[in-house]
Design a binder for this molecule. Structure first.
Ligand SMILES: Cc1ncc(COP(=O)(O)O)c(C=O)c1O
Length: 386
């Protein structure tokens, strides 16, 4: 097979940090408030602007509180789990790939929560959602970034539910609908769908969640995780008074991403851009005999972290370590040509490919990438079956 001639103009397909928005350059950060205090009125105003623009673009209800919190999405999820788990209410957690598995592991093995139910499924599948007890607090990862499996819709979550639904939405936000009327706590990070810099995370909480978080935690929490004190919820955190010092360069970049999101038409346009990327990949998978989706059901296929397995018999017969080497070789060839970067599946996931199709990626670039994958596959097959 001859080498393709056209390369993606932006060969960036990493699932985090994700591609910057089209047209981004460092000059987008020219107006960053550098060398100034984030607690000065101007600094606080920028942080508040991240909150209000995020609320607007995502369509978060007016009575929800949104905060910029430390340590990216991991920090946002952990501060909630550590504040709530082990209280009076029991917890259910969905575990079906690496990150959702980490939340389950944290609750079970680190926090040692006794009243915990873990709903597990292997890579490619979702756990049985009908087994979830929504009278308990429930931890749901909306899109499993390492398996490319997403919740197909909100149907499984009752609007009326006694517990809190805690949703890790980091690779879903800005690309998929999130049912705010069925969720109580939602988290995401800057480094994902709007291509921001990795730094802080975002935490959105409903009024009911605010009441729960204002209560005393079952355990002492480090300052970096604390959202409440003796007087109750620390409201200032939800007005831009961050718990610790943020990078104002990253804040500016987060604002740039949000302004871009508004300029292309808001959430509907972001979703459409991501769906267009998935459609391009799906069409290719349909006509390609060596590759298939890791997500078993079409309605659970992610449009952001598009995970593929190599379904050729010669590959499937290889031991897992060799499969890993094959994928490294294949993706290495594509990267060496400058035709696509960061295309290997996550280190804990089955060996395969992962193409980020969030809104900052142009579907034409994915279209241009695919012949390179075919070419690299042929070269790799020859190499490994020699
Ligand atoms: C579903 C999910 N949760 C959590 C994380 C961790 O996010 P961060 O590295 O921004 O803390 C990721 C990162 O890819 C993720 O995909």
């Amino acid at each position: 097979m001859s080498k393709p001639s056209v390369k993606p103009s932006r060969p960036f397909f990493s699932s985090g940090p994700c591609a910057k928005r089209p047209g981004w350059s460092l000059s987008a950060l020219d107006q960053a408030l550098l060398g100034r205090s984030h607690r000065a009125p101007e600094g606080r105003a920028r942080l508040k602007e991240v909150i209000t623009r995020s609320k607007d673009v995502l369509g978060i209800p007016a009575d929800w509180r949104v905060a910029v919190v430390p340590a990216s999405d991991t920090g946002a999820v952990e501060m909630v789990l550590w504040a709530l788990a082990g209280g009076e209410r029991g917890m259910d957690v969905l575990s079906f790939e690496s990150f959702s598995g980490t939340w389950a592991q944290d609750l079970r093995d680190v926090l040692k929560i006794e009243d915990l139910r873990v709903h597990e499924a292997p890579y490619g599948q979702l756990p049985d959602l009908s087994a979830v007890d929504w009278s308990r607090d429930v931890v749901v990862t909306w899109n499993g970034t390492t398996s490319g499996v997403r919740l197909p819709n909100a149907d499984a979550i009752p609007v009326e539910h006694e517990g809190l639904v805690i949703c890790d939405a980091t690779s879903a936000a800005f690309a998929m609908d999130l049912p705010w009327d069925r969720l109580d706590i939602v988290t995401w990070s800057w480094q994902k769908a709007l291509g921001g810099e990795a730094a802080h995370g975002m935490l959105a909480i409903s009024p009911r969640a605010a009441t729960r978080l204002a209560e005393a935690s079952p355990r002492p929490l480090p300052k970096i995780f604390r959202l409440a004190n003796k007087k109750g919820l620390m409201e200032a955190v939800f007005e831009g008074d961050t718990i610790n010092t943020p990078s104002m360069l990253c804040v500016e970049d987060a604002l740039d991403g949000l302004r871009w999101a508004e300029s292309v038409g808001g959430l509907e346009a972001l979703k459409a851009r991501s769906q267009a990327s998935l459609a391009v990949v799906a069409e290719w998978v349909e006509k390609t005999d060596w590759v298939s989706f890791l997500a078993e059901l079409p309605e659970t296929r992610s449009c952001t972290s598009i995970c593929l397995k190599i379904s050729a018999p010669w590959f499937e017969e290889l031991p897992p370590e060799t499969q890993g080497k094959v994928v490294k070789h294949l993706t290495g060839l594509v990267a060496q040509e400058g035709a696509g970067y960061d295309l290997a599946s996550y280190r804990d996931a089955p060996a395969g490919l992962r193409i980020w199709g969030g809104a900052t990626v142009n579907a034409e670039d994915i279209q241009a990438l695919l012949p390179w994958l075919d070419w690299a596959y042929e070269c790799t097959r020859e190499e490994f079956s020699a």
